[in-house]
Every structure is written in C-alpha cells, then in structure tokens.
Design a protein around this ligand. Structure first.
Ligand code: ANZ
Ligand code: ZN
Length: 817
C-alpha cells in the first residue's frame, strides 16, 4: 500500500458475513469457473455469437485502479447476460504493451522493458482474476509477443506492397522530450499529447501510412455506426470533409498555372491577390529575378514553424511579394502573387485566392501589406448581425455584387454557377478536400515493432519475406532514445546488417519502430483465433465472430485508436482478409471515476483507489455492484467509500435470506414484483442503465421479505442477480442444491400480467434510440406519447415526418420516418 489514497477504511459496522467467508466465496467461485472452463468460447461457426470487447489495457507499473475496471464490469455483465440468453459469447482480454510509457517506465526503474512488461502483466492479470471477470483466458494476447507482432508486421508489409506506406524526409512534428516524431493525432494545441511538451518541426526520415487514401471511406461509413454521436462528430471533424472548387490561375507571361482550392467560389470577383505556401513547388519558379533574394530568405525563415503557429488567426501575418502576377480566369484581372506561411502546403493545393473582403486571414494580410479589399458579397436584408462593418471581413453568405452577370445571386447558387462556367473553359471544377493528414508511422524509439523492411543499395527498400517474419526486436543494453532522429537500434550492427531479401546482397534493416497504436489496430481479430499459425485470423471463425458487437472504452480514443483501427480494418477488408468493412458495430463510452477530491485519479496526485484493498474488505461483488450503482454509466462519477458498504449490506441480506428454507407456495404480489424486476433488469442491461438496475434490486429487497421467496422465486432472483454478483450467486446456487454454474443457466422468462411494468425499446427508423417504461395494459398511443417526451428520441425524429408507428406489445415501438 504505497500510496495514501489506496488505504481503505471499512465504514460499515462488523459485517454479518465474516470477511474470510466473503473472500472464500470469491475464490471458490473463481476456482469452479476455471476448473470447468465455464467461460470458454466455442469455436462453433453455427452458434449465435456475441462479441463483447474491452479496450485492452496498457499494463502500467501502477496496476489497475477502480476507474479502469468500471468498463470491464459493464462488459462482463453484458457477457453473462448474453450467455444466459443462449449466445456463444466471445469476451477476451489482452495486453497492449509496446510503446513509450512502457519504455519510459523501464528506463525510470533501470530495467529492460521486456522484464517490466512481464511483471506488470502478471500483476494486472492477478487483479483481474480476483475481480472474477469472465474472460476466456485461453485467448489472451500480448502485442509484444513475437508470435503476435509477426502479424502486425505482416499487415504493414501488405500495406507497403499496396503502396500505402512511403518514406519521406518532410518536416514533421517532433517531441523533444519523447525524442521521437509524432503523428498529427498525437499533437494537441501544439503540444505532445503524452508529455505536454511543445512540439517542434523537424526534418527526419519517416515512414508514413497513406490514411488519406481512406479519408472518403472512413468519413462515409461513420453514419452507419451505432456509436455515441459526439465520437462520430469528432471523427468527422478530424477527417474534415470540405466541399469546394479548384480554380486555375495562369501566371502572367509564364506557362505556369496555379491551382487554388476554395470553398467560396462565389467570391472569385473579390480576389485581389493569390498566395502560395512557402513550400509550394511554384514558389521559386514564379519569383521574379529582383525578388529572388527576399523570397529565399523568407522561405528559409518559416521552415521550422509548426502548422499551428502558421495557421493561427491571431498570429501576426508574414509574407513576401513574388514579383509576378496571376490572371483571374473569371474576369482576366491581373493580381499579385504573394508567398506567405498562413497558407499551408499540405492542405488543398497549397495555394489560395485571397479575398480580403470576405476572409479574416486575407483581411489581416491585406491590411498589413496594403493590398486592395474589394467587397463582392452583401449581407442579406434579413441578416441583422451583418452591417457592412469597415473594420473586418464579412465572412457569411449573402448576395453577390460587383460580379458581372452573377450579381444578385445568392452565395450558394453563385458558387455552383461560377464553378460551372469555369468548367466550360477548363479553369476549374468541383472538388472535395479532407483535413486528414497521412499518418507519421515511425518512431525513433526502441520499444516497438521493428518495421520489417530492408534497405538495399541495389534494390532500394525491400519488404522482408513472409517466411522470415517476425523481425524480432533485438535485446540490447542501451535502449534509451538518442534524440538524433535515429532509433537506438541503429547501434546494433549485428542486427542492422543483413542480406537483401530480393538480391541477397548487403542490406540494412530499417531501424525505426512502429508507434504504440500499431498493435491495437487489429488485436480484436487475433482473439478470434489466437493460435493460428498460418494466417492473421482463421477465415471461417472470422466470418462467424466479426464484427465486434459491442466495444466498451474511454472517449479519449475518439480519433486515435478508433480511427487507426478503422483504417487498418478497411484496408484488410479491401484486400479480402476480413469480411466486414467496419470492426466495431456498437461503441459505448465509460464515464470516468473521479477520486473523492474530484480530481482524475493518478499516481502523481496520490489519490488512486486500488481495487485489491476493496476486494479484500468487501468482496468483489460488492465492488462490482457499487461501480455500477455509482451513477449513469457514461457520466463521470465521484468515488465514495460509503456506497460500497451499502451494496455489501444488500449482498449480506441476500445471503442471509437463502439460509432459511424456501417457502412452499408462491405469493401473488411477490410473484408480480419479481416478474417486474426480471423484465426491468433484462430491458435495462442492454441500454447500460446499470445504476437503476442496482437500485431496483435494492428496492425489491426492501419491499419484500426475501426469506419468503419460494424455491422457484429464489432461483429466478439469483439468476438475474448473477451477472451483477457472480460470486455470491454462484455460492448460493449451490446452497439451494443446484448444479453447474448459475452463469450457464438460462435467463428466466417473466410472466406479464396487466399491471406489470414493461420496458419498451424505442427505435427511430429501426435504430434504437432509448427505452420507455410502461404498464402492460397501456395502449400504443400511451407509449407513443411517453416516447415522444424523451429528448434523445425527440432529437432523432427531429424535423422528419413520422410516417407510421410499428408497435409490438410489451416490447418495441418503432417510428418509421
Ligand atoms: C477563397 C475564400 C474566400 C476562402 C472567402 C474563404 C473565404 P476549409 O473549409 O477549411 O476547407 N484555404 C485553402 N487552402 C488553404 C491552405 N492550404 N492553407 C490555408 N488556407 C487555405 O477552408 C477552405 C478555405 O481555406 C478556402 O476557401 C481558402 O480560402 C482557404 F471569402 O478561398 B477560401
Ligand atoms: Zn537488394
């Protein structure tokens, strides 16, 4: 118990069930499950499957805290529920163990990453076992295992062969503290996402994956995913689809043509200059002799600025006149060509037509360099917030003026008409751009998958032969990052020097390693056939288990892991290795658990709560019930030790009530209440209303003398409680003389009477949008009314007309729109 926060005070009085008993109950159940292989997934393609996946952890030195396991409890409950409903459930766990954190931790404690990772994994696994998760441990994977990363390398080679991996020397984001290049997704507001250091631009040889080739596919299929809307929105924004036009300006007196990308073709008559990014290939070519020296100096001066520094609105604009002019294709007007770094080389065409009257950055630039500002859009009469303010650009849509034949048209229509006219003269066309940038995929660090390529003087870059995979990471003494832009592997000459896979001549291995995201791009496939020697995944089993039906994890991966994995998956789909075009059908986010001081739990703050101590004090089921009770599942919640003593008391009561003999006959009111409870639990599990389920259980136990349940009622009660309290229920199952595991028994049916409460699943256009409780005797109209009061459902219907309603009594209501 190293840290302050992990000390547990036992707040309840002397527990009625002795501590030793509770621990014994846990262990006994765990032993039983393990000996009987209760949670083994069958490799049976004909079975009805359900694949429920947790985001696998990076096994840190700190172990799991109570926040990490909240999602694992939820997925475990659903796994149990699905099994009891006859599904062949795939519920696996593994370790995402490559990457900087593991390497940094090893450096800190002066050991090798492969040693520390092994210890951390065994620690994590012990913790998970003591919590009684129903993982099929025979499918455990570890991304740092050569038998695993052989396939990570294999996929990379497939991408390389498909032309999706390329080597460049372009300037990229580099973290001076992590001493490695970073992907765009790993930089936030100019800082390294991992260590918060400010990133710099550096030219380092890199391997890049062409994720941009998949921009359109990645963008388009987001719509069909059953994911939280905010995550879908974040991915869409990150991919950043932008519809506009490409317009061609001829350079006066030269044969060169400058293509610009604009989303505002309607403002073409207001273009008063053209800007090239400093890196633009034409920047040097179009520059007049007299401007050459100035332009060269300017280009040199902006070289190491990050995109953020360059793109920011507030930053003072800089630039230089090229000495040349461009001809506006719509009216043949000559306008000056400037070179300025507020235009980025890697977006659109790397060149813009500047319309200072209607674009803020162009406005600032024009003011500074005294360039003309010519308004061509007037605010619509109804647009109140838009006076013709002489002090800033009018950036909204409006009506065209000073635009010849297009005067009087709205911006929307003019964009089309102007582009269409340019199309006729071959000076423009409609186009779509994406903000997404290619993925900087190499790291100059030791602890990652070696990139399986060989540099040969004769043949160039050659992929390692499939039969020679994996390219194992060599064991080395000094693995600290060098900071020179080369990985420490460069120093291992025995490993670096090899033969060329193609010509057999002298070759040098690629020394960069893959980023920490690589292993998690496809791990969900490996669980399906973890021992498969010849293939990435067994194709029959892949067809039967994919896609992942439910993926549970934190929202922080919105554009990193979740985007990268979709990219790899779509590639594998296009190449015919997997059968679905998306990996994760439904995604559910877990709300954080905050420490009692309302801060995020972290070792450095000393406010981490360790589940081990709680399991020892209360048993793992009381902890599970409390974590589900703590608040709405996807919302943040604050930890309080009081809550767990409450769920412990509830369990004590359940245990005690099963000590006495069961009643002979069934009491009608008890039976009705129990049926209500069965329905409510079943209905709410799939919508993650765990907190209200736990309170339903507690209410039931308060309203009903549990000792008065009949044998059949006891059985049914324990069955529906078992996903939430598996150890205790397994124990009591045997006490009431039942055999086998309660978790392998069938979920009970509920008899519905007139006054029963039923849970309706509400769909809009066939997609589940919420649930509504009603009495069984309520009519279609009553349920419809209730459903229309739910915000989420209301929003989903939005402005759509409800064409008709499909009503399945006691079960479902679907709005057809
Ligand atoms: C003329 C114009 C007039 C523009 C106007 C805007 C307003 P999004 O929506 O982000 O795609 N642009 C194009 N390429 C650029 C680059 N490489 N670096 C910096 N800026 C670039 O934005 C598209 C707009 O961003 C384009 O439309 C262009 O400016 C600018 F009243 O063209 B616009
Ligand atoms: Zn060769």
């Amino acid at each position: 118990m190293a840290c302050r926060g992990s000390q547990v005070q036992i707040l309840s009085g002397p527990p009625r069930i002795f501590m030793k008993d509770i621990l014994e109950i846990d262990r006994e159940a765990q032993r039983f499950w393990e000996e009987n292989g209760t949670f083994r997934t069958k490799n049976d393609p004909k079975s009805k499957k359900f694949y429920v996946l947790d985001m696998f952890p990076y096994p840190s030195g700190d172990g799991l805290h109570v926040g990490h396991i909240k999602g694992y409890f939820a997925s475990d409950i659903i796994a149990h529920y699905k099994r009891m409903n006859g599904f062949n459930v795939l519920h696996p766990m593994g370790w995402d163990a490559f990457g900087l954190p593991a390497e940094n931790y090893a450096i800190k404690i002066g050991k090798k990453p492969e040693q520390t990772v092994g210890q951390n994994i065994s620690n994590f696994k012990d913790q998970m076992r003591s919590l009684g998760f129903s993982y099929d441990w025979s499918r455990e994977i570890n991304t740092t295992d050569p038998d695993y990363y052989r396939w990570t390398q294999w996929i990379f080679i497939k991408m390389f062969e498909a032309g999706l991996a390329y080597e460049t020397m372009a300037p990229i984001n580099f973290c001076p503290s992590c001493k490695t290049g970073l992907a765009n997704e790993e930089v936030e507001a100019g800082r390294c996402l991992r260590c918060q250091s400010e990133v710099v631009r550096r030219e380092i040889r890199q391997w890049i994956l062409k994720i941009t080739k998949y921009a359109e596919k990645l963008y388009n299929s987001i719509e069909n995913l059953d994911w939280p809307e905010p995550i879908k929105e974040m991915q869409k924004n990150w991919i950043g689809k932008s519809e506009g036009s490409e317009i061609e300006f001829t350079v006066k007196g030269q044969s060169e043509k400058i293509r610009v990308f604009t989303t505002r073709a309607d403002t073409l008559f207001g273009a008063t200059y053209v800007v090239l990014a400093p890196e633009h290939l034409l920047a040097d070519k179009v520059t007049s002799v007299s401007q050459k020296a100035l332009v060269k100096k300017y280009i040199e001066s902006v070289k190491n600025k990050t995109d953020l520094e360059r793109g920011e609105l507030e930053k003072e604009k800089t630039g230089v006149f090229s000495g040349s002019y461009a001809i506006n294709p719509i009216n043949n007007k000559e306008i000056p060509i400037w070179i300025a770094d507020y235009v980025l080389s890697n977006y659109g065409t790397g060149a813009v037509m500047a319309v200072p009257a209607h674009d803020e950055r162009d406005w600032d630039f024009a003011k500074k360099f005294k360039l003309p500002i010519e308004p061509v859009i007037e605010p619509n009469k109804l647009n109140k917030n838009a006076g013709n303010n002489p002090n800033c650009a009018f950036i909204e849509y409006g009506t065209l003026v000073n635009s010849d034949e297009f005067n009087g048209l709205s911006s929307e229509i003019a964009k089309k008409k102007i582009t269409e006219k340019l199309k006729v003269s071959c000076h423009g066309d409609f186009t779509i751009n994406y903000k997404l940038r290619d993925w900087v995929f190499s790291r100059q660090r030791y602890w990652g998958e070696p990139i399986p390529l060989v540099h040969c003087e004769k043949c160039g870059v050659v992929a390692v032969n499939e039969k020679d995979l994996p390219v194992k990471l060599p064991e080395i003494d000094k693995y600290e990052p060098t900071g020179t832009g080369e990985s420490p592997l460069t120093t291992v000459s025995a490993w670096v020097n090899t033969t060329c896979p193609k010509c057999g001549g002298k070759g040098r291995r690629e020394t960069n390693t893959m980023p920490q995201w690589a292993g998690s791009c496809w791990y969900y496939l490996r669980y399906i056939s973890p021992g498969e020697k010849k293939r990435l995944v067994n194709e029959h089993l892949e067809k039967s288990f994919m896609p992942v039906d439910l993926y549970i994890g934190g929202a922080e991966h919105a554009v990193l892991h979740l985007l990268y994995a979709r990219f790899w998956h779509k590639f594998l789909y296009d190449e015919g290795y997997v059968s679905t075009d998306e990996p994760f059908k439904k995604l559910q986010n877990v709300g954080l658990i905050l420490a009692p001081d309302r801060q995020k739990m972290s070792k450095s703050r000393g406010n981490v709560i360790n589940p081990n101590d709680l399991v020892n004090a209360y048993g793992s089921d009381a902890l599970r019930l409390y974590e589900m009770f703590i608040g709405p599942f996807n919302q943040p919640a604050i930890w309080s030790e009081k809550g767990i003593s409450g769920t412990k008391k509830f369990l004590d009561k359940v245990i005690e009530s099963c000590e006495s003999d069961a009643k002979e006959s069934e009491d009608d009111t008890v039976e009705a209440k129990l049926n209500d409870l069965i329905r409510s639990v079943g209905g709410k599990i799939e919508t993650f209303q765990f907190n209200t389920i736990v309170s339903d259980f507690m209410k039931f136990s308060n309203q009903i003398d549990m000792a008065k349940l009949s044998k059949s009622q006891r059985e049914r009660f324990l069955k529906i409680l078992s996903p939430f309290a598996p150890h205790v229920c397994e124990h009591l199952w045997r006490k009431i003389n039942k055999e086998g595991s309660i978790l392998s028994s069938a979920w009970p049916d509920s008899k519905i009477s007139e006054t029963s409460t039923v849970v309706y699943v509400i769909q809009v256009a066939g997609k589940k949008k919420g649930v509504v409780e009603a009495n069984s005797n309520e009519s279609e109209q009553d349920v419809t009314k209730k459903a229309l009061l739910v915000t989420n459902i209301k929003n989903a219907i939005n402005d759509n007309k409800i064409k008709r309603v499909v009503f399945v009594k006691d079960k479902l209501l679907n709005f057809v729109v």
